[in-house]
Ligand binder design. Structure first.
Ligand code: TXA
Ligand code: MG
Length: 330
């Protein structure tokens, strides 16, 4: 695997030429690193599933560098699309739209919609522009594991399985994009992210449905995901000071990820504070999990953040990362 640096002349062009040749390149986006393949090359897309060990049938997000290219993927644009694109693109908002006939089932997993996003990272945009067409890019991690927010995370987990990683620094958002589903009569949030539901409802002047229509479970949107290898326990803040010393005493080397306070008698082997600002917390969350996972711990204990709306996307990820939630182990 080649390590390319986005600041080195010619390296983004090199990444684009690898993509053109049907190879896999991990690229930075503002959310997490994506594992890019040329969206018009089915053989290249197939390699993504092998490299990630991701089940075939899980749909992939198409990444564009020019909003006008939406027309390559979608015939009928619901009214909210252009206002959303004008306000939020480039940025961490993926829009799920009724796909044009002919869009490969390899990309959509046989779903009726295609997911489109214009990333805000200049290196991602330049790579797509130089390729001269769209890329598909899931997060650049092995299936079910923590998404990467730096080139070193990608190197550690994907070396030998992909052709190159293009280093564009640490991701500014740190969790995956919000997915807004506009394929039904009423919009729904298919995956929460930094751009929240009420912000989008206010902007569009409409209320969203709480769930996608019945029978529209999306492969890939699974309960266990974003998981560290080390067993990870999420604990409500009111139980944290009681639970942490118990886990440390019973399980052995324990790491704590906390936001409010670390009990003085906790005797943890590692501790990382993520603070009480949701944007900062999100930016550092996966890095904290990767760091803990490298520290040869028996357990990771996470003090769960508040339950209010700004923390919703973080709760979603923690809910999938933790093996036991809200429970005091004995
Ligand atoms: O921030 C992000 O969105 C990152 C960066 C790399 O852009 N990408 C990302 O991709 O998170 P991935 O594959 O790890 O997660 C995309 C999720 C899938 O698990 C699936 O649930 C949903 O998006 N999805 C994609 N295409 C879809 C489609 N056509 N219909 C329904 N859901 C879709
Ligand atoms: Mg992913």
């Amino acid at each position: 695997m080649i390590e390319l640096e986005a600041v080195k002349p010619g390296d983004i062009e090199h990444a684009a030429s690898l993509l053109r040749a049907g190879r896999l390149v991990a690229i930075p986006t503002e959310t997490v690193y994506g594992l890019a393949a040329n969206a018009s090359n089915p053989a290249a897309i197939e390699k993504i599933f092998a490299a990630k060990q991701r089940p075939i049938g899980h749909p992939l997000i198409v990444h564009l560098s020019d909003p006008e290219r939406i027309h390559q993927w979608v015939d009928r644009l619901p009214d909210p699309v252009w206002p959303l694109v004008k306000k939020y693109w480039p940025g961490p908002l993926t829009i799920l739209l009724p796909k044009k006939s002919g869009v490969s089932d390899f990309i959509t997993g046989g779903q009726p919609g295609v997911a489109l996003r214009m990333p805000a990272h200049p290196v991602a945009l330049e790579t797509i522009r130089l390729l001269g067409g769209e890329i598909v890019a899931p997060s650049a991690n092995p299936y079910g594991r923590i998404s990467p927010t730096s080139a070193s995370h990608v190197l550690r987990e994907m070396a030998g399985r992909i052709d190159a990683v293009l280093d564009g620094g640490d991701c500014a958002v740190g969790i995956e994009s919000t997915i807004l589903d506009l394929t039904g009569d009423v919009p729904t949030i298919a995956r929460p992210g930094q751009i929240g539901r009420s912000e989008l409802e206010d902007f569009l002047g409409m209320s969203f449905a709480d769930h996608a229509p019945a029978g529209r479970a999306i492969p890939g949107n699974v309960k266990h995901h974003y998981q560290p290898v080390t067993p990870t326990i999420g604990v409500a803040p009111e139980h944290f000071s009681e639970a942490l010393p118990e886990v440390t005493a019973n399980a052995g080397r324990t790491g704590a990820i906390w936001w409010r306070s670390l009990p003085p008698d906790s005797a943890v082997a590692e501790s990382i504070r993520l603070g009480d600002n949701p944007d900062d917390y999100a930016r550092m969350l996966y890095t904290a999990m990767h760091t803990m996972d490298q520290a040869e711990l028996a357990r990771i204990v996470i003090e769960l953040p508040p339950k209010s709306e700004p923390w919703l996307a973080i709760h979603d990820r923690l809910g999938r990362a933790c093996n036991v939630l809200d429970t005091v182990t004995r």
